[in-house]
Design a protein around this ligand. Sequence first.
Ligand code: COA
Length: 256
Amino acid sequence: MTSSIKTHREGGVLTLTLARADKKNALTNAMYGALADAIDSASSGDIQVILIEADGDTFTAGNDLGEFAAQGADSNEERHVARFLKNLATTSVPVIAAVQGKAVGVGTTMLLHCDFVVLAEDAQLITPFVNLALIPEAASTYLLPLRVGYARAFEMFAFGKPVLAADAMKWGLANKVVPKESLGREAKQVADEIAAKPAGSISAMKTLMRESDKVLTQMRTESSIFSERLKSAEAREAFAAFAEKRKPDFAKVRSK
Ligand code: COA
């Protein structure tokens, strides 16, 4: 499968697996496209729960940095990330995430749109947007302060240091922390339990709890600033540093 997204349906549960473990499940445009399509068809079909999980030791290393660099250089390829985030934010189907290892960038911000988050004990939530000279996305500039409070959200975004599973749990970013070996089983159990509930009631309740108009407006605003940041000299330095396996030197590209 070229998009590196595996889909599997069992009963009313649709499992979407990030399957690019050799690249730490870094998300490509094709992967966003496959995720967007899968959520879209689940939302209009008879799926009761969407479960997002990942192969390997890392939930996801976030957006593919090679693709970010190409986008900054004005690639004309159609981008699916906005469609993925919009579908994830607005689906009335409950979404569960099972997270092991690092969840970087969108790997963490997507969790704010999930309805039940199960973390393995080794999970780490990392939001290094500013370290990459970018800004946070997925309406996280609105949703993260709301969820964890401004002080913690600012610190997470400004420093990009890992938030460990136990803190993520305390701060309300997750529902459950489980041993790594039982992550898949525990998440599937929650999915089956939710799938057995009256689907119309769960969907209506979820839709009432989510402020989709506000969230979509914030996503659009973030997206236009994000696109500008991608083209900045600072971001080009950050992507070059990752490709060359060195620390970025922002002093040399410091602008006004
Ligand atoms: N985009 C593209 N490729 C990525 C990637 C990303 N976001 N993250 C990891 N990879 C690739 C690496 O280039 C490497 O490829 P190679 O084997 O061809 O050299 C492979 O995945 C393994 O990554 P590596 O860095 O060797 O693994 P690690 O265990 O030492 O570190 C991470 C894992 C996730 C901590 C580290 O890869 C990382 O920091 N990635 C970038 C995360 C990031 O900034 N994402 C953007 C968020 S907005």
